[in-house]
Design a protein around this ligand. Structure first.
Ligand code: MN
Length: 258
């Protein structure tokens, strides 16, 4: 038997489960809100072309409009000024879009403190228990934030001091980008950076460090609670938007059940 026929068999028998980590994409999908004077990203919108009617009697189809960074999406290196000469989303090698994932669960900490920041020592403690982060794989940062994704207000969790959502400290962002073996960081929140990261030094350190190192971001994931700490294989499928800075993406995890 070949590896792939073994996998196909396991998918049929349930030995390998496919877990969908993608948030539904609709006009209600939460989007990031930047303070003035910055430009705002678009919500997802459908424009109906025909629905078995005079405009097309036998067919239903739509146009859609969306931000590249709406819903579950992929951040390409050229999204940030630090990676401006890096790959656009269409140039990311397909080989890098299928990769192992480590899941680090800090949902208890973030329930206590919505401004919780992941530090290098947290990752080192995780590695002491679970082994090294996967070379060429993803660090998936579980915060429980997916439970809030049906409400823009709960998801952004903003008050008059700004949004309060968990993220990564500047030193940990730099470590993930420059020293860890992962190709990217996946989160459940609206962006890879903390809600308060506009005030960090540097501002938005995950974006600055990861994109500047040719690494990737994945945001608004859900169902991370259904993944093991190690051993899941991620399939990440952004659209190949030529010169694009990112794309809504279907993100699937293959998980061995046994
Ligand atoms: Mn983004």
């Amino acid at each position: 038997m070949s590896l792939l026929s073994d996998l196909a068999e396991a998918l049929t028998t349930g030995g390998v489960e496919v877990v969908d980590l993608t948030a539904p994409l609709s006009a209600e999908t939460p989007v990031i809100q930047l303070p003035p004077p910055f430009a705002q990203t678009a919500r997802f919108e459908l424009e109906e072309l025909s629905r078995y009617d005079d405009r097309g009697p036998a067919w239903y189809w739509n146009n859609f409009r969306t931000g590249e960074h709406t819903g579950t999406h992929f951040d390409a290196p050229n999204h940030w000024v630090t990676g401006r000469d890096g790959d656009d989303v269409a140039s990311v090698p397909a080989r890098r879009l299928v990769a192992p994932a480590a899941v680090l669960d800090f949902s208890a900490e973030t329930a206590e403190d919505p401004d919780f920041l992941l530090e290098v020592e947290h990752v080192e403690q995780w590695q002491a228990a679970h082994g090294p982060l996967p070379d060429g794989g993803w660090l998936l940062y579980r915060t429980g934030w997916d439970a809030r994704s049906s409400s823009q207000q709960d998801f952004l969790n903003a008050d008059d001091t700004g949004p309060h959502t968990p993220g990564v400290s500047p030193s940990c962002a730099r470590w993930l980008a420059e020293e860890s073996p992962v190709i990217g960081l996946g989160v459940e929140t609206v962006g890879t950076d903390a809600g308060a990261a506009h005030s960090f030094e540097p501002p938005f350190p995950c974006h600055a460090a990861l994109m500047g190192s040719g690494k990737y971001g994945l945001t608004q994931l859900q169902n991370l609670a259904r993944l093991p700490a190690t051993g899941a294989l991620l399939v990440v499928a952004p659209l190949p938007i030529v010169s694009g800075s990112g794309s809504p993406s279907r993100v699937l995890a293959l998980v061995e059940r046994g």
